[in-house]
Write a protein that binds this ligand. Structure first.
Ligand code: DX5
Ligand code: ZN
Length: 223
């Protein structure tokens, strides 16, 4: 079930990129990335508004990297088909945004995408314990979602370690993705705690050279 997923990698978040030149921004970091993270915000689930399926459809023609779309929206059910048609390869949904998580995860997989479940910093791991086998990845938020450039919440390290232990106890190959405040200073610690995929927005796209920043992060992740 987990075949074909990227190994340990950097997932640059285009939230902090220059939206007027997304193709160029992605090309600069692509050699050091396993996927491109796309933050979808609806101004209801989170207090910010970003991009949707039309932009993802254009990006899917502009890069061969898998597009990893993180839905921070109310009623995520209504966006599964539009994101599949737009070319999203991975689609993650917040456990806090649905009461029918199992059905939602099934629908993402039946649309041909790889499903992930996301937890806000204050949401306990127990809320996804029963679904760990059905998802391809769990995304732990290490900031409160809505904005790039926030500080990493230190307690997230313990949460990653506990999730990794749960996966090992169950013999699961479900990937662990971390999103929020990821930077050069904590990347190695996050990998050591058990994270597979590290999302980084401002640490990549607000750097003087996004390609140098992506290369350094990727070396820390794979070193
Ligand atoms: C926050 C988003 C993140 C954001 C991370 O709600 O989900 O993906 O882009 O940005 P940094 O890496 O700057 O914390
Ligand atoms: Zn995100």
């Amino acid at each position: 079930m987990k075949e074909g997923l990227p190994g340990a990698c950097l997932a640059p978040s285009i939230l902090s990129a220059d939206f007027s030149r997304l193709k160029d921004e992605i090309e600069k970091v692509a050699p050091f990335s396993g996927m491109i993270h796309v933050d979808v915000m609806d101004n209801h689930f989170v207090p910010n508004l970003t991009i949707g399926p039309p932009v993802v459809a254009s990006l899917s023609k502009a890069t061969s990297l898998p597009l990893d779309c993180h839905l921070m929206v109310e009623n995520p059910e209504s966006l599964v088909k539009p994101f599949a048609r737009a070319g999203a390869k991975l689609l993650s949904v917040h456990a806090e945004a649905t009461v029918h998580l199992n059905r939602l995860i099934d629908s993402i997989r039946s649309e041909g995408m790889r499903p992930g479940v996301v937890l806000n910093p204050a949401t306990p791991l127990s809320s996804v314990e029963e679904i760990l086998e059905e998802v391809d990845f769990v995304l732990l938020m290490s900031v409160n979602p809505g904005f790039g450039g926030q500080s990493f919440i230190e307690g997230s390290i313990r949460k990653i370690k506990r999730l990794r232990s749960m996966m090992e106890a169950g013999g699961l190959e479900t990937k662990i993705q971390i999103d929020g405040g990821v930077c050069r200073e904590n990347a190695r610690q996050l990998r050591d705690a058990g994270a597979d995929w590290l999302v980084a927005g401002s640490a990549v796209f607000s750097a003087v050279s996004s390609s140098d920043a992506a290369r350094e992060l990727s070396e820390l992740i794979n070193g």
